[in-house]
Design a protein around this ligand. Structure first.
Ligand code: SF4
Length: 330
């Protein structure tokens, strides 16, 4: 780890001013950043500590939605009564990620900003376009078992690591950002970027901009929702394939649906093809399997990760079946 300066942000505008300086990075829970600093993968010159900012509240909105401060800890969000009852996919996704200790530290904003687990990204001995633009990608011809089958490019096939972000996309969440030029908001589905030929640019956040809170609207499908994560071991492991499903049902007919994948794509992957197929269809195994086939049709496997395609289909079918069985009344 290289030496760095440390500054404690006094308020939001102080944080943004300091965050704009070249080589500055915000630190909140530090669960990704400090690891990567130890590995010499991220080398900030100044850490701007935002833990003192008053962004740690979860508030109900008049329409039944939620406003979640960027500094809300993952554990607090996962166990919040309104989240458990009205947005179960979010609670389940967070609890499927990391360990209790990490969830107690990790924040909502930091979770959105976490970096990939690609082993070549985390090892400076290897070429990696994400870590060092233009250096190449060791994964494409290398051991790519954990890599993406959706959304990759010839420059990067790293999977996006967050479970929480997958659920937020399924819930039509909106990310609110503040910069020295003002405030703006981005739909969670547009927050993360495809790698294309700039894999080092991962999100829509500009230097010095601060995620302040996330809003989750009330919807007819949020309550009947579920998250299924398949991985190499039962806990403290990243997804090989995951699915967030949300359904609005009338009787057995699907009125609307959300289906978003994790672990198989370079960003939280919403499948509009699958959602279209689900809408107006009858809920059941046959429909769910057809949706899974539609979702994974664009998949492009590499040498070691073709197994993810069938794995993702099974995660999708199980997530849809679980969501359809949720009692949405009461
Ligand atoms: Fe780097 Fe992406 Fe290639 Fe991994 S997949 S080595 S993160 S460029």
């Amino acid at each position: 780890m290289l030496p760095f300066d440390y500054a404690k942000a006094q308020n939001e505008s102080d944080a943004m001013q300091r965050g704009r300086a070249p080589g500055a990075a915000f630190v909140a829970g530090g669960t990704t950043l400090i690891d990567l600093m130890k590995l010499n993968v991220m080398l900030p010159e100044t850490l701007v500590d935002i833990n003192g900012l008053p962004l740690d509240r979860i508030e109900g909105l008049p329409d039944g939605g939620l406003r979640v401060g960027a500094m809300v800890r993952n554990s607090d969000l996962a166990h919040h009564e309104r989240v458990v009852k009205s947005f179960p996919v979010l609670s389940e996704a967070i609890l499927a990620g990391a360990s209790v200790q990490l969830r107690n530290m990790a924040t909502t904003g930091g979770n959105l900003m976490q970096r990939t687990r690609c082993y070549y990204f985390r090892d400076t001995a290897y070429a990696c376009n994400k870590r060092q633009p233009g250096s190449g990608c060791a994964a494409i011809e290398g051991f790519n078992r954990i890599h993406a089958v959706l959304g990759g490019s010839e420059h990067c096939i790293a999977t996006h690591p967050s479970d929480m972000a997958v659920a937020l996309v399924a819930l039509d969440a909106v990310v609110h950002i503040k910069g020295t030029d003002g405030e703006r908001k981005i739909a969670a589905r547009d927050f993360h970027l495809l790698p294309g030929d700039t894999p080092h640019i991962e999100t829509s956040v500009q230097p010095g901009e601060l995620i302040t809170y996330i809003t989750i609207p009330a919807s007819r499908f949020a309550r009947r929702s579920a998250y299924v994560k398949l991985r190499d071991r039962a806990s403290y492991e990243f997804a090989l394939a995951s699915a967030a499903a949300a359904l609005e049902l009338q009787g057995n007919q699907i009125r609307s649906a959300r289906l978003v994948l994790g672990g198989v794509a370079t960003k939280p992957w919403r499948s509009l093809e699958a959602e279209q197929l689900l809408t107006s269809a009858s809920a059941g195994e046959e429909t769910f399997r057809a949706a899974a086939e539609a979702a994974m049709k664009p998949a492009k496997p590499y040498r070691y990760n073709a197994f993810k395609i069938e794995l993702a289909k099974r995660a999708i079918v199980r997530a849809l079946a679980t969501a359809s069985a949720v009692r949405a009344e009461g």
